[in-house]
Design a protein. Structure first.
Length: 390
């Protein structure tokens, strides 16, 4: 057997042996992976927080003494901009809580109180009795006792709250439940915030040291590829987050204006909810429309229909005119890839997976498209070279 053949055989044997060990000791390996994940969880949370804060921080840095750059501005730029970014996020969170929580509590109480009366009135309505299919009316009549019981609707609210706490999707619910059920999560979040603040405060020196490590321990070709792919992913994530937040803010503002013009109830709360849900790709708009309609339905069925139609019109205008200009150019991925990314990401990691999978899939798609274009150009140039020589 040749030397090359022995190398191939040895590689095959080691691969088979490695697969056998992986299968045989998978329980222990999975336990080690879980322990490692718990250990690095605060750092991962801190990295996510730092990335989000850094977007705002860079915005403030670009406008902090933009025309003049005196010495005191150079020394205080990092600290001042970091404080402004954190303060902005805290104010946004506080504003959302103030807008949503009180009205949401009142709305849930109103739904529990009015739902039994609404069902009773529906069953006695002449139009419903005359035109509703008999099997549907019989089903409602059989459920009359439960549907007109306040305790039944209170139980629905309790179950819906529990469902929202566990997240969406089997994997996402397991992760969310595991995280929310342990007190260590609070500690991980606190440590992550400290980690994020420390990283952002020392960002220039950390970047220099990372560059030094890459220069000393990576080959030039590998180093350039690593930095190139990191820059591509960072650019896609940054543009997507900024554009998605801007698009969500525009949609929420349009919803607020429309609700105020039509004098619909819960305008600030529902508009804030629409803004938040718009951050979730594809399904966010549908969720906000359904929840908002149900909330207004407790006040007036006619106003609920008006709200639903108004929001659909606003979403069509925003989706066809605003979204392609604001988010489409920044993301630049076909709708099929976005839909597939949302489906896979949501199945694996719930709502966070949906939000992360879109820019990640976009970065991979853009990089593949650029590489294919480069290869096709090189092939075309090589094919045309002999004709040029002749």
């Amino acid at each position: 057997m040749t030397k090359q053949g022995r190398k191939v055989l040895l590689s095959l044997a080691l691969t088979v042996f490695g697969v056998f060990l992986l299968i045989h000791y998978w329980t222990s390996i999975a336990g080690w992976i879980g322990e490692i994940y718990k250990a690095i969880l605060p750092c991962l949370i801190g990295a996510v927080i730092a990335y989000l804060i850094n977007i705002l921080m860079r915005f403030y840095e670009r406008h902090y003494f933009a025309k003049k750059n005196p010495p005191f501005a150079q020394k205080t730029r990092t600290g001042v901009c970091l404080c402004c970014a954190i303060l902005t996020i805290l104010l946004v969170i506080a504003g959302i809580i103030v807008l949503i929580v009180p009205q949401l509590i009142n709305c849930v109480k109103l739904i529990v109180q009015q739902a039994p009366k609404g069902v009773e009135a529906l069953l006695k309505n002449d139009f419903v009795v005359k035109y509703l299919p008999a099997n549907v009316y019989d089903w409602l009549a059989n459920w009359r006792e439960k549907l007109t019981d306040t305790a039944f609707w209170s139980d629905i609210v309790t179950k819906a709250t529990a469902f929202l706490k566990t997240g969406f999707g089997s994997a996402g619910s397991k992760i969310t439940s595991a995280l929310s059920s342990t007190a260590s999560t609070i500690g991980s979040v606190v440590i992550g915030i400290v980690f994020a603040v420390y990283y952002l405060a020392c960002r220039p020196s950390i970047h220099r040291n990372v560059r030094r490590l890459a220069d000393n321990y990576l080959r030039e070709g590998v180093r350039e590829k690593v930095f190139h792919y990191a820059a591509v992913f960072n650019d896609c994530f940054h543009k997507y987050i900024v554009a998605q937040c801007l698009e969500a803010l525009i949609l929420g503002s349009l919803c607020l204006v429309g609700m105020l013009i039509l004098k619909l109830p819960y305008a600030p709360m529902i508009s804030a909810m629409v803004t938040l849900m718009a951050l979730i790709p594809i399904v966010g708009a549908t969720i906000s429309a359904v929840i908002g309609t149900v909330m207004i339905l407790a006040v007036s069925p006619v106003q609920a229909i008006i709200f639903f139609c108004m929001l659909m019109v606003v979403q069509v205008i925003e989706g066809n005119l605003i979204f392609p200009k604001v988010v489409g150019k920044s993301v630049g991925a076909p709708g099929l890839i976005v839909f597939a990314a949302v489906t896979v990401g949501g199945s694996l990691f719930g709502i966070p997976g949906m939000m992360v999978s879109v820019p990640a899939a976009t970065a991979v798609f853009n990089e593949l498209r650029a590489d294919m274009t480069k290869r096709e150009t090189e092939k075309a140039a090589a094919a045309a070279q002999p004709e040029t020589d002749k």
